[in-house]
Write a protein that binds this ligand. Sequence first.
Ligand SMILES: NC(=O)C1=CN([C@@H]2O[C@H](COP(=O)(O)OP(=O)(O)OC[C@H]3O[C@@H](n4cnc5c(N)ncnc54)[C@H](O)[C@@H]3O)[C@@H](O)[C@H]2O)C=CC1
Ligand SMILES: [Mg+2]
Length: 316
Amino acid sequence: MLKCLRVLPAPVTRSCYRCGSSYVARMRFINHLKEDPGACLKALDSDVEGILNRLGEGGSLVKEESVLITCTEQNRALFCLDVGQLDQGALEEACGAAFVDLRKAFFILRGEEAPLVARGQALLRWHQGNGFCSASGQPTTRNQAGSQRVCQSNGLIYYPKMSPVIITLVSDGRRCLLARQTSFPRGMYSALAGFCDMGETLEETLRREVAEEVGLEVDSVLYSGSQHWPFPQSSFMVACHATVGPDNAQLEVDHAELEDARWFTLEEIRAALKVRTPPRELRDQPPTVWVPPAYAIAHRLIGEWAEDQERRGEGR
Ligand SMILES: NC(=O)C1=CN([C@@H]2O[C@H](COP(=O)(O)OP(=O)(O)OC[C@H]3O[C@@H](n4cnc5c(N)ncnc54)[C@H](O)[C@@H]3O)[C@@H](O)[C@H]2O)C=CC1
Ligand SMILES: [Mg+2]
């Protein structure tokens, strides 16, 4: 039987004594920028002026394709620029920076940077793939903030899309279940994940994915949190802990989907959480097990499970 849903924490409301801004004011400011193209353009000019000067002639093209991603606590709008059409070497030199693959960047970025980069990249990719109306075949046009596209011939409005995915860390009370796909980097294991089918509830997806991938029936589910994940096209990850009874923990792995799935002890999980970047190892050595980077919600689920086990151990 599925049960238990953790009560969501209240949104954090921060006030800034210097500018008097608050969470509510910031959210309203972002909404205003989405709805008022003039205000959005003005905010864009002041945010990206410095960097556009460094981009030279390509600057104006880049500005047109920019998307609004958020605003700071000081009500300064932040935009993401698509520089894909510019000379990457020249750009790295002009900005004193280096391009990094987005998956690798999640090992480097800290705190609030990672979700901003993920959001900006996903939004730019959504625009690249939605230039035409699927009903009329005519080109769509975007609003200034980049929060929607409209087909002028029939008025259809397109909004950025995320696919819901459930991600579950299954525990049998003593051990937790991690799996890997052949496409994962060597040694990396993660929690089970799967896309929601049309019409399914999250609980149904969770039960189905665990049954399909490892042949287990879960007893209970506890909501943990959610995150936007830019891969493969923009996923809305909903993360849960699930349990199976110790007598129902025999795995029957679907090897068409998973290369491996196995139970890990607390000791093994502690060691895996300590590996901060993908280890450099020789092919003939047995791989060190490691888990997705701190930003990934899988990491959070695994860390929560380890903390919970430690608390229970202390209580025994
Ligand atoms: N942020 C995190 O911590 C983690 C995120 N993930 C993400 O979760 C996603 C889903 O996990 P999988 O085990 O791959 O899912 P899955 O078990 O549902 O298998 C993927 C297959 O589902 C099908 N599918 C159904 N709906 C789809 C859709 N809307 N988009 C793409 N494919 C669809 C495709 O045939 C695809 O090959 C992964 O793509 C990965 O990016 C996975 C683990 C950790
Ligand atoms: Mg899966």
